[in-house]
Design a protein around this ligand. Structure first.
Ligand code: ACO
Length: 375
């Protein structure tokens, strides 16, 4: 018999104290280090938000400028990692590529992996280098021009350039910057928890981020954005939304981009991304995805009472930016790495090995039978 005190999925379990991020699941608010995500999405930029997550306060002008130029200097890939990337088949999943490359980075940059060595410097290195890993792989597999350092580009513009053939307009870059701000942290989500579990064994930052990337990949977590776009492609037109979604629900399939463990109302990130999906769609004269998603929202809300989460609208924005589907979750990682690393550094400051227990439901009195006597 299962122990009735088991909290499956650790739902509602408070595992640790953190100053980094607060989710008000009933009020639909998300706060980074005291600042409302709506304010940050409107007025801030990714580098400033990363600074906020790492240092616990907004930077002064000179501090922000220093961080921006530091991130630029940390973009370069070590030769060893380039050689690893060159061995990876072009048809590989970019999330597998990212996980492999971060793991390889630890081998070529052993300083950060020594016990106790992990630091904000390592956090900045990982944040700066993820777009380069993705850009190097993506450009090679598509036969695009090789990745350049492009020091004049801020983080979002560099990521957009790395993943597309050209640099974006001001509106396009801002759309990606806002998406990066919104994905940068989210309390103890599965990938951040995985990172903190790894860090809690006193393992290093690169190992923690490798764990986190593997965890983010799953379709119930970061992988949902790619699946949400696949569904839009399957639906094809607004007139088919009702039929396709209802059929899926009748087969008890999950509709990706809806529902959340913590939010009981609309995810505030979805609200902002909806606005950006509309704004960008209008600017590009293509509201097809926006219209499909609005209708999908109506049907899922009516049938299941579920609200959209961050993964519903992000894909429509990335598609309008010309980014292929299999890079959606890697973009999530390229932003969340700021949060993962902030949490790992916080974990080191107040360390206790994370090690829950299981309610054992198997037998205990079996007698060992030698292999020759088993039927
Ligand atoms: N579509 C259809 N049904 C759903 C959905 C959905 N998106 N989400 C929840 N449900 C249903 C479940 O089938 C279940 O129904 P049942 O009680 O009849 O079996 C009920 O709602 C509760 O579902 P749980 O999985 O127990 O709820 P939980 O709080 O654990 O779910 C989760 C959270 C995993 C995000 C879920 O809503 C889901 O699978 N959503 C789709 C995937 C997705 O969009 N993930 C991204 C989340 S945000 C992020 O990670 C960045």
């Amino acid at each position: 018999m299962a122990d009735t005190s088991v909290q499956k999925g650790l739902e509602d379990v408070v595992a640790l104290e953190s100053r980094i991020c607060f989710i008000d699941g009933r009020g639909g608010r998300l706060i980074y280090q005291g600042y409302d995500i709506r304010d940050l999405a409107e007025r801030s930029n990714f580098e400033e938000v990363a600074y906020l997550l790492w240092y616990g306060r907004l930077p002064a002008r000179a501090e922000l400028a220093e961080l921006k130029s530091r991130l630029v200097t940390l973009r370069e890939l070590p030769k060893g990692v380039v050689q690893v990337l060159d061995q990876i088949p072009s048809e590989s999943s970019p999330m597998d590529v990212l996980r492999t490359a971060v793991s390889a980075l630890a081998v070529f940059e052993p300083g950060e992996t020594r016990p106790g060595a992990s630091s904000i410097g390592g956090a900045q290195r990982l944040t700066a280098v993820l777009p380069s890993i993705l850009g190097y792989f993506h450009r090679r597999r598509r036969g695009l021009a090789p990745l350049q350092a492009r020091p004049e580009l801020d983080h979002a513009a560099y990521l957009l350039y790395a993943l597309c053939d050209a640099t974006g307009t001001e509106l396009e870059t801002r759309a990606l910057d806002v998406a990066l701000i919104l994905h940068a942290d989210h309390e103890l989500n599965a990938s951040t928890f995985a990172a903190r579990v790894t860090a809690s064994t006193l393992s290093d930052l690169y190992s923690a981020v490798t764990s986190a990337i593997g965890t983010l990949k799953g379709p119930l977590h970061g992988g949902a954005n790619e699946r949400a776009m696949e569904l839009l492609e399957e639906i094809g037109s607004v007139g088919r939304v009702e039929t396709v979604v209802s059929e899926k629900l009748s087969r008890h399939e999950r509709i990706m981009g809806f529902g959340h463990r913590v939010y009981k109302v609309e995810d505030p990130r979805a609200t902002i991304l909806r606005e950006w999906s509309h704004r960008l769609g209008e600017a590009k004269g293509n509201l097809r995805y926006y219209d499909l998603l609005r209708r999908e929202e109506e049907v899922v809300r009516r049938e299941k009472g579920l609200y959209p989460n961050v993964d519903l609208y992000s894909g429509s924005i990335y598609t309008l930016l010309g980014i292929p589907k299999d890079l959606f979750t890697p973009i999530f990682a390229a932003s969340r790495v700021a949060g993962w690393t902030a949490h790992v550094l916080e974990e080191y400051e107040d360390l206790r090995l994370i090690r829950p227990t299981a309610a054992y439901i198997g037998p205990t009195d079996l007698r060992y039978t030698p292999i020759g006597e088993r039927s």
